[in-house]
Write a new protein. Sequence first.
Length: 202
Amino acid sequence: MKNIKIGIITAATLFTGMVAQAQYRGTAQAVVQYSVGIPSGSLKTAVPDVSPRGVRAAIYFGINDNLALGGGAGYQDFYQKKDRTLYQLSDGSDISAVRSYSIQTIPILFESKWNFSPGKTVQPYVGLGIGGNLVNYNDYLGEFGSEQKNSFGFAARPHAGVYIPFRKHGESGLTISGSYSIMPFKTGELSNLNHIGIHAGV
């Protein structure tokens, strides 16, 4: 009788664990995060200031207990106003002007995510997004005109973070992550819009 009870308890424990893990298969999880952008690469030479004006949203569908696939989009607004100094125009003449940059990026990405500890209180993960990037670029040189460019190009975003569910096996919770956006972009001043991202949300 004692062995039967032990067997029943063991089987019930295993079944409960299997059901809890199975909850991740075929489920959808939406993520909305506030984003801070830290310029890197050639972007940093033009816009060294950190951008606190960003947001990211994604939706993932569980393939198995660890892997989820989906899509996402983001928005980051970079702005920099520089002190008045001398600049050389294309005709070789020099002017004294205040220069400002206004750059907006909107990546639209196919997303994948690998959860190392599904079902745990703290769940670390890594992910990768690949797709395209809408760019609105403005380089203002005082009253002497500006360089403006709108384009759509390649973008990639490896990222890593932790997911902390509000309740055990819950499909919603706090997500904190970091990323590096790879965004080739050519102008007279820049070769890319690469930047580090810090994200937090639900």
